[in-house]
Design a protein around this ligand. Structure first.
Ligand code: ADP
Ligand code: MG
Length: 326
C-alpha cells in the first residue's frame, strides 16, 4: 500500500478502536484465513462467579449456590452462617487455600465464600500449579483445589466426583476438585467440588458468524477442559473440532504454530499474560482491550474495546484500505 493508503487505514482503524502497529500489519490482516480466539476474557467476560458447591457423598445435584439463597425451606443454609454444612466446609477450605491466588477462578471462590459469611483461614506454604490449580497448607493440613491432574499427581483419586464434574462441565462451568491431605498422612481425601461460571460476551456469537460468512475459519484455544470448552464453543457457534482444550499456558504458542503448519495464516486473539507468546507467533496477534500490558506489547493489533466484533472490523479495515488502492 502507498503511505497515504496506510495512513487512511490506520486512521479509520483508530477511529473504530482498532490500533494497527504499523503498515505491514494493516496489510497482513486482510489475508487472515483463521481466527483463533482465547476463551476466558476474550470470548467470555472473564468475570467468574461461584455457582456450585458440592460435598462428595451428598445428594448428587445439591448445593447450587444460586438456589440456596431463595430456598426458604432449605434449613442447611442460615443467613448468619451458624449452621456448618458439609458444603460450607468444602467451600471454606477451598477459599482459604485460594486466598493466595490471583487467578480469576480463585477470586470467585474467595468472594463466594465471603458472601456466604464463611470465616476463612490464612493459607501457609501456598503453591500455584499453573494450568492445574493450587496447593496450600490450611490449618495444618494440605488442601488442594484444581483439576483432575492436580489431584492424581498428589495421589488422590478424583473418580468419586466424576459424575458431578461432568454435569457441571456440560453446563459450561469450570468445575474444580477440593481435596485434603491431613498432616502426616500419606493418603488424601476427596472433599468435594466447587464450580465457577463465566458469561459469554453478548457479541461473541455475531463475531463468529460474521467471520465465517467471510470464509474465515474460527477456532478456540483454552486451558480449560474439553467439556467446558465445547459447551462455550457451542454457545458462540464454533465447531467442536475447532476447539483446542486443556492447553497449558506454555503450550499455547505451540498450538498456534501447529495450526499454521499447513500454511494457514492465523490471527490469534487473546487478553492474558498466558497469551503473549501465542500472539507473537501468530501471523497477526491481536490483544483485546482490557488485556494485560504483556499481551498488548506482544500483539500487532490492539482492540481498544472489549468487543469480539472488532476482530471483524480489523479485517474489514485492512481489506477496504488495500482494495481502494488497487
Ligand atoms: P485459562 O486458559 O482458561 O485462563 P488456566 O490455564 O489458567 O485457564 O487454567 C486451566 C485449568 O487449571 C482451569 O480450568 C482449572 O481447572 C485449573 N486451575 C488453574 N488455576 C486454578 C486455581 N487457582 N484454582 C483452581 N483451579 C485452577
Ligand atoms: Mg485467558
Amino acid at each position: 500500500a502507498t503511505p497515504a493508503a496506510t495512513m487512511v487505514g490506520t486512521t479509520i482503524g483508530a477511529q473504530n478502536g482498532v490500533l494497527f502497529k504499523g503498515g505491514d500489519v494493516l496489510e497482513r490482516a486482510k489475508d487472515v484465513d483463521t481466527v483463533v480466539f482465547d476463551k476466558t476474557g476474550t470470548l467470555t467476560r472473564g468475570e467468574m462467579e461461584l455457582t456450585d458447591v458440592v460435598a462428595v457423598g451428598e445428594v448428587p445435584d445439591g448445593g447450587a449456590v444460586a438456589e440456596r439463597g431463595d430456598a426458604a425451606t432449605d434449613d442447611s443454609a442460615t443467613a448468619d452462617g451458624s449452621t456448618t454444612t458439609a458444603e460450607d466446609e468444602v467451600l471454606r477450605l477451598a477459599a482459604s487455600a485460594e486466598r493466595g491466588s490471583e487467578h480469576p477462578l480463585a477470586r470467585a471462590i474467595v468472594d463466594g465464600a465471603e458472601a456466604r459469611g464463611l470465616a476463612l483461614a490464612d493459607p501457609e506454604a501456598f503453591e500455584n500449579v499453573p494450568g492445574h490449580g493450587v496447593r496450600a497448607t490450611v490449618e495444618g493440613d494440605e488442601v488442594l483445589v484444581g483439576n483432575r491432574k492436580l489431584l492424581r499427581d498428589a495421589g488422590v483419586d478424583p473418580a468419586p466426583a466424576a459424575e458431578t464434574m461432568e454435569r457441571l462441565e456440560r453446563e459450561g462451568k469450570t468445575a474444580m476438585l477440593v481435596a485434603r491431605i491431613p498432616a502426616g498422612a500419606d493418603d488424601g481425601e476427596l472433599l468435594g467440588v466447587v464450580a465457577d461460571a463465566d458469561t459469554v460476551k453478548p457479541s461473541a456469537k455475531d463475531a463468529v458468524s460474521q467471520l465465517r460468512d467471510r470464509g474465515v475459519d474460527v477456532m478456540m484455544i483454552t486451558g480449560d477442559n474439553e467439556r467446558t470448552a465445547r459447551a462455550v464453543a457451542e454457545r458462540v457457534g464454533i465447531d467442536p473440532e475447532n476447539v483446542r482444550a486443556g492447553v497449558l499456558p506454555e503450550d499455547k504458542s505451540d498450538a498456534v504454530e501447529a495450526i499454521q503448519r499447513d500454511g494457514r495464516r492465523a490471527m490469534m486473539v487473546g487478553d492474558g499474560v498466558n497469551d503473549a507468546p501465542a500472539l507473537a507467533v501468530a501471523y497477526v496477534g491481536t490483544a483485546i482491550g482490557s488485556g494485560t500490558d504483556v499481551a498488548i506489547e506482544a500483539a500487532d493489533v490492539t482492540l481498544m474495546r472489549d468487543d469480539p466484533l472488532d476482530v471483524v472490523k480489523a479485517i474489514r479495515v485492512s481489506d477496504a484500505t488495500l482494495q481502494k488502492i488497487k
